[in-house]
Every structure is written in C-alpha cells, then in structure tokens.
Design a protein around this ligand. Sequence first.
Ligand code: F6R
Length: 355
Amino acid sequence: MRDLYLDDPVRLRETDSSDMLGAIYGLPDQLPAALAYTRTQGVRLGTEGLLQIVITGLGGSAAGGDLLRGYAAAACKVPIFVNRQYELPAFVGPATCVIAVSYSGNTEETLAAYEEARARGAQTVVITGGGELLRRAERDSVPHVVVPTGLQPRAALGYLFVPALLLLADSGLIPEVDEELSETVEVLHRLRGLLAPDTPTAHNPAKQIACHLHGKIPVIHSTAGLTEAAAYRWKTQINENANSPAYAHVYPELNHNEIVGFDVPGAALELIRVITLRARDLHPRIGKRIEITTQELLGPCNGVEVRAEGESPLAQLFSLLYVGEYLSAYLGLSYGIDPTPVQKIEQLKRRLAEG
Ligand code: F6R
C-alpha cells in the first residue's frame, strides 16, 4: 500500500491544524451530551392534527434531517421531508411542523424558510447554535433547542441530529429511541478505536479506503432507505474534508440508469472508484442486485464494500457514517489538505452578502 503519511502523527497534526480528526473522535460523545441538553431544554412537538414534518436546513445542518428521514420514515406516523432551499413546499401550513436547523444561525436560505413557515401558520421549532435564527426564535417565542458551538457545522452532526430525533420520539411520533442511542454510542466507541489516527493503516479500514481512493473520484453506492443518508454524508464529507468531487447513488434505482454509464470508452473510468455501503437484513433481491452489480457490471471501478456494525438500525446507520467521517479527513490529509476550511463556501457567502 502507498505511504501517504497517514501513519506519521507529526505530519497529520501539522496538516490538520484545526483538529478535524479531534472533532471526528468526539462525535460519539455528542450523542449523550445532546440527549441531556435536549431533554433539559424541554422542547416538545404538538402532535394534534399534525400531518407532516419538514426539516429545513442546508449542508451540515441538513444532514441530521437526512439521517432522521432515513432512520424514522418507516416508523413515523407522519411523513418526513427534508427541505434545502429558500421556499417551502406548497403543502406546508398549520398542520405541518417545520424544524429549522442552522448551526451558525445565519444561513439565508434557512432564515427565509423559517419566515415562510411562520407566515403559513406552521408549528415551528428551531435547532441552532445562535446567530440570527436564535434571535428570531426568541423574538417570536418559537420553541428552540440551543446546541454547543465552536465546531464546523458538519462536525456538529450529533448535536444537531439528536434534538430532532428526540422531538419525534418524545412526542410519540416514533417509538422511543434511548436504547438504540445507547447501542449506537457503544458501537461508535468501539469503532473509533479502530479508525482513529493511532491505529496504523495496516489495521485501520478508514486509512485503507483513503489510500484506495487517493487520486480517484469516489462514487458511493448504498440502498434506498436507511443507508442512503450515510452515503450522501460520505459524498458531502469527501467534498468538504478532502476538497474532492464525489457522488452518491442508491440501489435499486442505480440499476436502472447509472450502471450503463460504466461502459464509457476512454480513460474516464480509470478515475472512478465505487464504494458500496451495506446494512444488515437487506431485501434479498437488493442483496442479489449488489452482488451482480459489483461482481459483473462495475468492472475495474468496483472498489470495496463497507458493512454496517451493530444490531439496531440507528447503530448501523451511524457505524457506516462514522467510517466516512474518518475516511474523508484521511483522504484530505493524504493530499496534504487541511480538512477543516471550506474556503469556497465562505467565498460564496461573502459574495452573496455584497448584495
Ligand atoms: C460547513 C458546512 C456547511 C454548512 C452550510 C450551512 O462545515 O458543513 O455545509 O453547514 O453552509 O450553514 P449552517 O449549518 O451554519 O446553517
């Protein structure tokens, strides 16, 4: 395996100057912390007459919404939608609960959606670290959960996801989640021993996948439903932590279009590597589809398969996601890139602020 300095602690520390690896290490601990402050802050959803839930946010603040939809949709008494734009869907009204999520509290699309939710008479709840969104929630007496600040929004996933999860569970919209959360924390603690920087590449699956993807364009395949959110998170984390393009698609839909693309002539395919994320207890026909696709249809683009750990759906979802958190940072570091800064996002926000 190529030496990409992933086992050189001095070089890792120097390049990772804002300590993204430290933030990733801390993710498992965000879950119990978030459980405690959400319950202390005591925000509740009203469920009478409730017909839909919409989580509105962007980027790292929308990721918790994706996880919630992937995890809870099958059990939730009302449909869950994730909205990533200024406007809300036309169905939003007094029978909708809109959960507006922004870590900074200053994301303009989320602020616009928040105002629209209020204007349409929707039940509105805010999850934020502060900023303008918190100011408006206080002004409007809108129930809000305040989360700890000081991280990049994408590194605060546990802080942002757990409050939304508990809003649903504690109001009876989904079965209670405390046991699954405990198992998830246990699985993540176990996993981080394996994935953290101290574990050398020879024994560290995240470093090994980083070596495998170095110089390639990652394409992440998963299955519709539970693991879809993990695959999309891999894609966005590779974008932001490794400054690399990456794409995600799901079974069975990808069997009806994307696989044909793996026949393009020329050198393009040499650049692509497919990683397949797999939960337990797949629909048997999906298992068969993965087998045929990876063994017969992806050709040299077929990469590695990552299997979920743990028993409960939540633990499985987070176990897949956690490998991607480490992998994306290692991939960035293998390029000599500091995983934390997101200069292009900031440049764009600055330009938009000019009017
Ligand atoms: C940066 C990041 C971005 C932000 C997004 C929205 O780490 O992940 O995707 O999450 O620009 O900003 P917030 O989360 O503050 O609403």
